[in-house]
Design a protein around this ligand. Structure first.
Ligand SMILES: NC(=O)c1ccc[n+]([C@@H]2O[C@H](COP(=O)([O-])OP(=O)(O)OC[C@H]3O[C@@H](n4cnc5c(N)ncnc54)[C@H](OP(=O)(O)O)[C@@H]3O)[C@@H](O)[C@H]2O)c1
Length: 330
């Protein structure tokens, strides 16, 4: 397969400014946590990436440990870049990676030391065959490492030209406040925060979003579809091939509870009344908050991605619709 990017790729996407930075991100970004590893079909992943870029998705999110096997999503993404994103196309992409969770054995392959972050990013760059990433994240806060060391490592990485911007992921509001201050004092502002957020996971409403807004930091919620629960995927049980059916998936069969599916069914009716799929309504519900820069979705097929992109045609909610959603989620 020979890939030529669609010439109209910037015509239908919305781009939102990331906090108070110079960077704009597409309202929908694509993550490679699942479906792009060495256990997955390479050509399927490759067509999802092509389709995303053709539709204006410029932002692709990775981490050192994405696969399985850990590292293989970066390797596969690197292969696609090398094969298909030749010439100056790299300059049209915002590629992120992270370090913070277990990656290799011993005391230097986990958490937030300078040793781990710097060597992990070097490995990620080799796997993706890149000179630099656009965003490098501290993937989770490390209670045992001084925040000055972790943020200092991010700052140095930018100074060395290995990343253009830095971000935080999974830091709570208080930890974010401190980390953002330290980064500011070093002269490397925090570009973006990546928290888990969906109709089923609302902790960021309790303070984090305010901290981000006050500091001009963007927000890119991950698992906005609750890994597929907030779609029509599980309305009639757990289908073969779905994330919950796979041993390597992070969504377990036990997460698909009757109580949740009860709510999902009610939400699905509401979505139909809005003329949307449930996935589209779940994404629109997140994007209605102007503090959100982009939703970071996953997809196992081109058709899922296309379905999710249709969200952008209707992101407005009437007050009655929002009240009805709250009543279901209670
Ligand atoms: N920073 C962190 O700690 C962290 C943690 C987790 C994820 N992330 C990032 O966030 C990204 C997205 O996470 P996620 O994959 O959990 O996001 P998600 O969008 O909540 O879930 C994606 C899954 O939902 C299903 N799906 C998507 N669209 C659908 C549709 N239209 N209809 C039916 N089913 C649909 C697919 O599952 P099936 O496979 O069943 O088809 C897909 O793999 C990751 O790739 C990663 O980049 C970051």
């Amino acid at each position: 397969m020979y890939y030529t990017p669609a010439t109209d790729r910037y015509n239908n996407m919305t781009y939102n400014r990331c906090g108070k930075s110079g960077i704009q991100l597409p309202a929908v970004s694509l993550g490679l946590w699942h479906n792009f590893g060495s256990v997955d079909n390479f050509e399927n992943g490759r067509s999802i990436i092509h389709n995303a870029f053709d539709k204006g998705i410029t932002h692709f999110d990775l981490a050192n440990n994405y696969g399985p096997l850990p590292g293989s999503a970066e390797e596969n993404f690197g292969r696609v870049l090398k094969q298909d994103f030749t010439g100056h196309l790299r300059d049209e992409l915002i590629i992120s990676t992270k370090a913070g969770y277990t990656m290799w054995p011993g005391p230097y392959g986990d958490w937030g030391s300078r040793k781990y972050l710097v060597s992990s990013l070097d490995q990620s760059l080799r796997r993706m065959q890149l000179d630099y990433v656009d965003i490098f994240y501290s993937h989770r806060p490390d209670p045992s490492t001084p925040i000055e060391e972790t943020m200092g490592a991010l700052h140095n990485i930018v100074q060395q030209g290995k990343a253009l911007y830095v971000g935080l992921s999974n830091y709570n509001a208080e930890q974010t406040k401190v980390a953002v201050e330290v980064l500011k004092s070093l002269g490397t502002p925090c570009l973006i925060h990546q928290p888990k957020y969906s109709m089923f996971e609302r902790w960021i409403e309790g303070g984090l979003l305010d901290v981000l807004e006050a500091n001009g930091v963007g927000c890119i919620p991950f698992s906005p579809l609750a890994q597929g629960l907030l779609t029509d995927r599980y309305l009639n049980g757990i289908p073969a091939g779905s994330r919950a059916s796979k041993p390597s998936g992070f969504l377990q069969e036990g997460d698909v509870t009757p109580e949740r599916i009860e709510k999902v069914k009610k939400l699905n009716v509401l979505a139909q009344q809005r003329g949307q799929s449930l996935a589209q309504m779940a994404l629109a519900w997140i994007l209605k908050d102007k503090r959100i820069t982009t939703v970071l979705i996953g997809a196992s097929s081109v058709s899922q991605l296309d379905n999710n992109l249709e969200t952008l045609k209707n992101t407005a909610f009437a007050k009655e619709e929002l009240d009805a959603i709250e009543a279901i989620l209670k």
